[in-house]
Unconditional design. Sequence first.
Lengths: 348, 348
Amino acid sequence: MMKKYTIKNIAELAGVSKGTVDRVIHKRGKVSALALEKVTAVLNEIDYKPNLLARSLKNTKDYHICVVLPDYTKDAFWLPCYEGIVAAVNEFASFGVFIEPFFFHPNDVHSFVEVNKKVLELAPDAVLLAPLFYKETVGIINKYALKNIIVSKFNNQLEIENTKNFVGQDLFKSGRIAAGLLQMIIKKNATIDIIHVDEDFNNSIHMQEKEKGFRDYFDEIENSDYKIVTHNSKQSDLANNLDSIFSDSFTSDAIFVTTSKVYEVAEFIKSKNLNNVKLIGYDLLEENIQYLKENVIDFLIHQNPKKQVYLGLNYLVDFFLFNKEIPSKSLLPIDIITSENIDTYLEN
Amino acid sequence: MMKKYTIKNIAELAGVSKGTVDRVIHKRGKVSALALEKVTAVLNEIDYKPNLLARSLKNTKDYHICVVLPDYTKDAFWLPCYEGIVAAVNEFASFGVFIEPFFFHPNDVHSFVEVNKKVLELAPDAVLLAPLFYKETVGIINKYALKNIIVSKFNNQLEIENTKNFVGQDLFKSGRIAAGLLQMIIKKNATIDIIHVDEDFNNSIHMQEKEKGFRDYFDEIENSDYKIVTHNSKQSDLANNLDSIFSDSFTSDAIFVTTSKVYEVAEFIKSKNLNNVKLIGYDLLEENIQYLKENVIDFLIHQNPKKQVYLGLNYLVDFFLFNKEIPSKSLLPIDIITSENIDTYLEN
DNA sequence: GTGAAAGCGCTAACAG
DNA sequence: CTGTTAGCGCTTTCAC
């Protein structure tokens, strides 16, 4: 067990003052060659770890972080993100960090732009945002950059300059995972339908990436002939589309829904008693959990939105308070959820 | 956005001194009714959050935590635990917390006792331990308690008095999860073998709990007749036992291995070309990962030992530094791992 | 180029 | 019972 050193100790050992030690440690210059040498000699001898609490205390500055995300009353997918924010607000308030959520309408570019304008005027220290709309995000991010506001993204991995980091999942892989799971529980060369359910198509890059991964998996299987058909459907047209998927001339063995709207498909399957149709989709919405427990949905893939937001905020806080580096990208594990392990995730 | 208040602010608002405010906040008494009233009035008005950095800085005490766990060179299961320790050591050293690992031999009660004796003499502030041996653990924990050393447990949930908390998983549930996964990929009323592979039987409560959950799941399925046979096998006898499981007169459709030694079974299955036998087991050991990727193992259940240790340590640190409460029990999510999502867990 | 000193917010010791 | 004061470790300002 080694002794703990403070700046004062080092100053004494090197025969200089605390101020000089500090200048050396932070490379602030204005140090004579001799002093520099004496201090570095000591530093090399011992294992000095600055006391991060003290360092941060000195900096009595308050930090302000805004989170820009879709309104969870419009799309329940975003509810856990809000919970992540609430958790972070409580956790970090005691350290002088204020976190504030700002909501936009998930299908309305205009509200996205407006809300970002508002945030821009507030000039917080950092913004964590769900960049649903590519073009508009590019514009707004540049404005943030001009004001030296740090921007982090979560959930949607748009390749954009000037952002500090991204927290989310690898969507291609998540598509492959869905495919791997389905393959295990369906017969060889089955007929599979991919359904992209979304009100608008702002989510389309997301969904396409998942589809690519899904198809990639089945393409790799040798001597096989799975029939995979893709459908784009607005939520409102879904019933019609499903009717035709299960019409006399067609039928489906399994369905992969690329969004959290899988409960809509589950409802249809349950009502039509299509008990043999395998179903896989995304996210732990109330309705999805219900259908999972009833085994209408076989698997859910957990995108962990709460953790995404919390982690994104945590990175920023550690950066501000303790100068910790932020990784440019953190891809979270992709959790497979069944009716059996769901509870262990909900307890959290 | 609300203003941030300090003790000084409150003192001014209440017309008393900082000392008095501190006494009120910490209920240290020795405060006149009038002063008490004035201060509480102010506290009710505003939302005061003490600056935890400052509070902790004042307390210049160093904390010492010992982790007692099996030697990972004897059983690779414990390697990630060690990694969790290393991560925590680096993370928390800057806050004046020293964390030190102590290893015992996983099959040797004696070494467990000896190592705990050594730790006891060091008299750290807290001990995080993997309580492999029930009886001996009870004895040692009482000795820790006498010295006011906080004890936390991880991995093995022995019901023991005088411990601060437990981090681990619900083993019964993990057995059910294994069952649910197998059921999806085997034919109805298949023959299933449960194999408890372990050198000694110190792990037996662990394994039995998993078996209970596993059987519970199949018992619940109506109108079914799955044939489930349990085998206890030392690692050294495993080949013989497997030979008899797959002898002419018997055969198995699926195997559930209740420990991380599933790779031993995988090796057998691969060498005998038993391609149709489904296999599920525990933990992300190198060998297990290899067989998972080759699809010899169908599923692994991830017990997240690294996270268990890190979280256990994190609780202790937050308790020491910031007085955060420690939950008496935290059950981690039970992750389902396939050849497709394994990489997303390894990147971490 | 360097040291001395002040102060971040909180706690604890001490004098009154 | 209460106010003042010193000091945790670090940073920053200000004389010299």
